[in-house]
Design a protein around this ligand. Sequence first.
Ligand SMILES: CC(C)(COP(=O)(O)OP(=O)(O)OC[C@H]1O[C@@H](n2cnc3c(N)ncnc32)[C@H](O)[C@@H]1OP(=O)(O)O)[C@@H](O)C(=O)NCCC(=O)NCCS
Length: 249
Amino acid sequence: MSLQDVIERVPPYAKRHGLRATLGRLWLAARRSLYGGKLVLFYCDLSGVPETSVLDVGHGQVERKRAEAELTPVDRQQIVGAWNPQVARKLIDQRFARGASLWLFKIEDAVAAYGWTLEGGTMETHFFPMGNEDVHLFDFFVMPQYRGRGINPALVRHILAHLAAERKGRAFIEAAEWNAAQLSSLRKTPFLRLGCARLLHAFGKPLVIWSRQKTLSEPGNSLVLRTVPGSETVARSEGGNFQRSSHKQ
Ligand SMILES: CC(C)(COP(=O)(O)OP(=O)(O)OC[C@H]1O[C@@H](n2cnc3c(N)ncnc32)[C@H](O)[C@@H]1OP(=O)(O)O)[C@@H](O)C(=O)NCCC(=O)NCCS
C-alpha cells in the first residue's frame, strides 16, 4: 500500500470505526509489514481443470459482471459498503475500464462474496508478465458473516472451471504470507503453490526477490515465465543463485 493510499484510507476509516479501532488497524498493518510484504504465489494450468463445476456450498449462485451497468444498485452498495466506499468505487471503475470481470457469489440475492479476474494482464505491476491466455484472480472477499463455510474456495473453483471452458492458459493468484485464512482457502482449490516472493520497486523498475522456501514442490509441475523486454527483474532461485531477466507490466 502506498503512502497516498494510507492518507486516503485512514480518515474515512477513523470516521466509520473510531480512533481506537483505527489505531488497532494501523498496529495490525505495521505487524503485517514485518512479514516483509511477502506474497505466496499460486498458479493453475487451466487445461487440467474440468470445465464443469457444481457449486457445492449452501444455496449460492454465481453471477459474472463485465461492466458496471450490470450491477444492481443493491449489489454495488453491498460491495462498496464492505470496505472504504470511496476507494472501492474508484477501483470498480478502473477494473471494469480495463476489461476485468467481477464474480459475485450470492445467497438469496445478497452478495456473500466476490472476486475479480483480469485476462492477459494485471491491474498493478506484477511479479512476472502474463500471457494473452493467462488470467489473474485478485481481490477475493467474503462478507464476515459468511466466512469459514467454504464459500471462497467454491467461488474460486467455479471461476476456474468457467475460465477453463473459455481458454487454455494459466490462472494466477496470490495471498499475503500472513493471511492464514486465504492460504487455507486456496488449498481447497486446484491452485498449486508456485513460490513465495516480494515485489519491490527500484529506480522505477520492479524488483522481484524470490524466497528461499521450496517452490514448485509438486512433482511434474513446470512453469515458464514469459519475459518482455523493457524492465528488469531479479529472481533468486532456490539454490541462492540470482537470475536476471527483463520484463515490463
Ligand atoms: C480469506 C477469505 C477470502 C476466505 O474465505 P472463506 O470463504 O472464509 O474461506 P474458507 O471457508 O475456506 O475458510 C478459510 C479459513 O478461514 C478461517 N476463518 C477466518 N475467518 C473466519 C471467520 N470469521 N469465521 C470462520 N472461519 C474463519 C476458517 O476457519 C478457515 O480455516 P480452515 O480452512 O483451517 O478451516 C475470507 O476470510 C476473507 O474475505 N478475508 C478478508 C479478505 C481477504 O483476506 N481476502 C484474500 C486476499 S485478496
